[in-house]
Ligand binder design. Structure first.
Ligand code: SF4
Length: 382
């Protein structure tokens, strides 16, 4: 049986960051008890049809799950470990923002069973934090990282780079400062303009200008070099880890494993009775909770993923990883031979030009290929 990765979405934030298109909502008052009960009910509903499968990881994402009451996290983990069969080294991650209020709850989250935190630091520069609309200061971020190090054997944090006007020199300096504080994992994302965000409006009006593709490529190369100097290697386009520190939960997505998504807007891919189901929950928090209260789950859409679509999805995910795609697993998981899923001419050219490589039963994108992955995939996926 495919081990399961379990994602639980907490949809609320203190404020909306101007670059963010996640399913996050700001409310004056949150009915914690109602949302805790709805999450537990939807988890029980999903588990009833999945059966007592091996559970490899749990990930509390958002939104800002560090705004959850620790007792809600404890209750959901007690449910998950009763309803599924936890693997001995189960990874339990919670995303947290480094405000002082949330940092003060980290010990309680650990006591609730969380064994890994991922902190939304985003920058160590005060002016950049202000422009990114973050609620915390650089000093608070550093204090939260120190605390995470004391409390958890494993922790990660996120930074956003390729910001307006950022030079390779200033990014290298900021990144080095961050790497001094790093645990076993870092997520380093380039700033992108997402539809419907405040940054999109500024960008459209010419008031926010991102580095062009060449400048962004230079910053990407600098990122990999600096991270490697501190022993953190790129195992995915935007994720860096010490060997063994990779996010097991996120690896389940990229390796196209089974994952169940609980909570408003959460997506899942779960094997049920020989079919692979794509599941999506209702996005808006209150209507989602009403649906759960009425029928036990807040599913907005559920479809069986056909073999050709499975192949496309697994390619888009797997080539993000430096380990690439296991050819035998690809055929077993999708029902399509890898060669059948690729445009033969593009494959030949990409291999000859050094953007892809194959060997040892795997197909992988080279570092140069991962740098231009979107264009490569657009041509490659038949
Ligand atoms: S805290 Fe995170 S999820 Fe919430 S709005 Fe900001 S970036 Fe989005």
């Amino acid at each position: 049986m495919e081990p399961l990765a379990l994602y639980i979405h907490w949809p609320f934030c203190l404020s909306k960051c101007p670059y963010c298109d996640f399913n996050s909502h700001v409310r004056e008052r949150i009915d914690q008890a109602r949302f805790a009960a709805a999450l537990r009910a939807e988890l029980a509903w999903e588990a009833a049809r999945l059966g007592r499968r091996p559970l490899a990881s749990v990930f509390f994402g958002g939104g800002t799950p560090s705004l959850m009451a620790p007792k809600t996290v404890a209750a959901l983990l007690a449910d998950a470990t009763r309803l599924f069969a936890p693997l001995p080294d189960m990874e339990i991650t919670l995303e947290a923002n480094p405000t002082s209020v949330e940092a003060a709850k980290l010990a309680a989250f650990r006591d609730a069973g969380v064994n890994r935190v991922s902190l939304g630091v985003q920058s160590l520069e005060p002016e950049a934090l202000r422009r990114l609309g973050r609620q915390h200061t650089a000093a608070q971020a550093m204090a939260a990282l120190e605390l995470a190090r004391r409390l958890f054997a494993r922790f990660s944090f996120d930074l956003i780079y390729a910001r307006p006007g950022q030079s390779p020199r200033s990014w290298r300096a900021e990144l080095r400062q961050a790497l001094e504080l790093a645990g076993d994992h870092l997520s380093l994302y380039q700033l992108t303009i997402e539809p419907g965000t405040r940054f999109e409006a500024l960008h459209r009006r010419g008031e926010l200008v991102l580095p062009d593709a060449d400048a962004a490529g230079t910053l990407y190369d600098a990122t990999g070099e600096e991270a490697a100097r501190f022993g953190l290697l790129a195992y995915e386009v935007s994720n860096y880890a010490r060997p063994g520190g990779e996010s097991r939960h996120n690896l389940a997505y990229w390796r196209y494993g089974d994952y169940a998504g609980i909570g408003p807007g959460a997506h899942g891919r779960v094997s049920v009775g020989g079919a692979l189901l794509a599941t999506r929950r209702h996005r808006a928090p209150e209507p989602w909770a009403e649906l759960v209260e009425r029928q036990g789950h807040g599913t907005a859409e559920e479809t069986a993923v056909a073999p050709a679509e499975r192949a496309r999805e697994m390619l888009l995910m797997g080539l993000r990883l430096s380990e690439g795609i296991d050819v035998a697993r690809f055929a077993a998981r999708t029902g399509v031979a890898l060669a059948q899923a690729l445009d033969a001419d593009t494959l030949r050219r990409a291999l000859a030009e050094g953007y892809l490589e194959q060997g040892g039963g795997r197909l992988r994108a080279t570092p140069e290929g991962r740098k231009r992955l979107d264009a490569l995939l657009a041509a490659l996926v038949a």
